[in-house]
Design a protein around this ligand. Structure first.
Ligand code: ATP
Length: 590
């Protein structure tokens, strides 16, 4: 029996509150607030102008008039420290802003859409990275402007490639996740998928990167000022270090103030960045599941002369992957049909091409797949000719999908309720409240005992069986006419398998949905299917009504598969028993 684990659902906790639970983070934030407030409110703390020089006060020690003393040309050290903080903070902030404004969007677009944009952006980034940063800034300061802030803007552009690479890598990793596929299957457009599932993952590494850019910018700015660059009127910690260095033997204490201010600011911002990253709870980078390239779709003719109750028509479907040694064909000439209210079982050993066939219908094959079909039509619409936006509208609404791995198809960052509500709002145009009510009803319908609780839970707080029920609820939430279920019970234990199958059968009958049930299990076939198509080596070797398949299997391979199931032997992998007439296709892994 499936059950929600007893851990209570945590309340949404504000990021700042979570961060400040770490005492070190709280101390770092306090230091940064102090530095910012002191710099901005400098006139409140000192009456001296930072560039006002009084020769009589040269290297004056700390006193009431000069709490931190005076520098080599008689300027008040406290005043220069406070006003210098403005220059450093503004410079660091400018560099971060420019680096993220340039590198951030480019990284997201490149990682998400790849293709020519990615290639061009990658090339530009490589060129920028080959340019020596310090030389460029020296040239800019010498030839364009003596303003340190201008140099920091240039530094931001030079550092944008680092941001670009980091964000691109994060986006590439997350877009390969199954739950991103699942979101696309449920019909969410690229914008929503990016906003809801991709961008949240980018936030944590970006925070760390921002603190690094900030620290580097403050350091480089100080270096430039130390070399004497920058306007003489512009107080900065670097200029203070330069001045202190010339008087290092007479007043070594002058090195302490700007050094301590810089060190503390950089340290506090780095440690705070780490704490924020930890509080975001996404420290691990998600590993890419598979590599994708551009999808090529060729061929396809509009559907015509099909019976009125026909829902899905697949004719002569071929799926191949270009490989250096020759194309790898994984589905070869598959033809099948599904009528309204009919359940078609797609059966075969592992690697026979069942999922590839299902994904071709869903338009979810990897981008390097070549798909050719005489006809690939859903309810009178040509699927091959459809653009992504039309496919997005169709998926979820017209065609629902129940995946094999329930857990990997739910985004761990979002509550289950949110993930159910979103597609309904998109496809059915429901308000948030209406979608919530409908989602709760669906959760109850799929046999979840405490819908409210599961609605508020995160995926890790429910069991695998419960997650699969949630996905089934999601798949039928927008009243699809066809449901594609890819081994929906494989990841579940035996009792739960039976319950989930019962549920799918009754939902299918209630909604009069057509269904393609991908499975390797003849038990499942007997339970739920009206007709069966048996696949081997990328081809359909036999299609027949369910009872006929069991009573009089026509193809030797069907007999072998049936025998291995009925014997209780392994169905997956190469079947035992007499060799079949059909051998696997060249290049197809069985
Ligand atoms: N991106 C890809 N590039 C090349 N070959 C692929 C790719 N994806 C799948 N294949 C191959 O396609 C063949 C069919 O895979 P498919 O996932 O459809 O099998 P299946 O019948 O669903 O098996 P299973 O029950 O194990 O999921 C396999 O040999 C697999 O290695």
């Amino acid at each position: 029996m499936t059950a929600v684990e007893s851990a209570p659902v945590p309340k949404r906790d504000h990021l700042l509150r979570r961060t400040l639970r770490d005492p070190l983070a709280a101390a770092c934030l306090a230091v940064l607030v102090l530095v910012v407030v002191a710099s901005l409110a400098a006139p409140l703390f000192t009456g001296h102008a930072p560039d006002r020089s009084v020769m009589a006060d040269t290297l004056a020690p700390a006193s009431g008039a000069h709490p931190l003393g005076a520098d080599g040309v008689g300027r008040d050290v406290l005043s220069r420290l406070l006003y210098g903080g403005r220059t450093s903070l503004l410079g660091g902030g400018l560099a971060v802003l420019v680096a993220f404004a340039v590198g951030g969007p480019l990284g997201v677009i490149s990682g998400f859409f790849r293709g020519w944009f990615d290639a061009v952006a990658g090339w530009i980034v490589n060129v920028i990275m080959a340019v020596p940063a310090i030389i460029v800034m020296l040239v800019v300061m010498a030839a364009v402007s003596q303003d340190l802030n201008v140099a920091m803007v240039v530094l931001g552009v030079i550092m944008a490639p680092m941001v670009f690479r980091l964000i691109r890598a994060s986006v590439v990793a997350v877009r390969e996740e199954l739950y991103v596929d699942a979101a696309r299957v449920s019909g969410l457009g690229d914008g929503r998928v990016m906003r809801r599932h991709v961008l949240p993952v980018v936030v944590a590494p970006s925070v760390i990167q921002a603190t690094q850019v900030f620290a580097v910018a403050i350091g480089i700015q100080a270096g430039l000022a130390f070399l004497g660059l920058g306007k003489a009127s512009q107080a900065s910690w670097g200029a203070m270090l330069g001045d202190a260095f010339t008087n290092v033997y007479d007043a070594p204490v002058l090195l302490v103030w700007p050094g301590a201010a810089m060190g503390l600011t950089i340290l506090a911002s780095s440690l705070l960045g780490n704490a924020v990253r930890d509080a975001l709870g996404t420290t691990e980078r998600r590993s890419p599941a598979k590599k994708r390239h551009k999808r090529v779709v060729r061929g396809g003719a509009p559907a015509a002369d099909v019976p009125a109750d026909r829902l899905l028509t697949v004719e002569g479907l071929r799926v191949g992957y270009p490989r250096p040694g020759g194309d790898r064909t994984v589905v070869d000439g598959v033809s099948l049909t599904v009528s309204r209210g009919e359940v078609l079982g797609l059966v075969g050993e592992s690697g026979s091409g069942k999922s590839q066939t299902a994904f071709a219908v869903l338009g979810l094959l990897p981008d390097d797949a070549e798909v050719v079909a005489g006809r690939l039509a859903f309810d009178g619409q040509d699927l091959l000719g459809m653009d992504t936006a039309a496919l997005n509208r169709l998926r979820g609404h017209g065609i629902g999908y129940v995946p094999q791995e329930p857990m990997s198809n739910l985004d761990p960052c979002f509550r289950i309720g949110f993930q159910l509500v979103e597609p309904m709002r998109t496809h059915l145009g429901l308000s948030r409240a209406e979608a919530r009510t409908r989602a709760l009803g669906l959760l109850e319908r799929v046999g979840i005992p405490d819908p409210e609780r599961v609605f508020r839970a995160y995926p890790h707080q429910v069991s695998g069986g419960m997650a699969q029920r949630v996905l089934i609820a999601g798949a039928v939430s927008c009243d699809p006419r066809l449901l594609i279920a890819d081994e929906p019970t494989t990841a579940l234990d035996v009792t739960v398998q039976a319950e989930v199958l019962d549920l799918m059968r009754s939902l299918q009958q209630e909604h009069a949905m057509g269904m393609v049930l991908v499975t390797h299990d003849f038990g499942v076939v007997a339970d739920i299917c009206d007709r069966v198509a048996v696949m081997r080596g990328g081809r359909i070797v036999e299609t027949a009504p369910m009872r006929q398949i069991f009573a009089a299997p026509g193809h030797p391979y069907t007999r072998t598969l049936l025998a291995s199931t009925l014997d209780g032997g392994p169905v997956r992998g190469e079947p035992s028993g007499p060799p079949c007439a059909d051998q696997p296709l060249k290049g197809v892994t069985s």
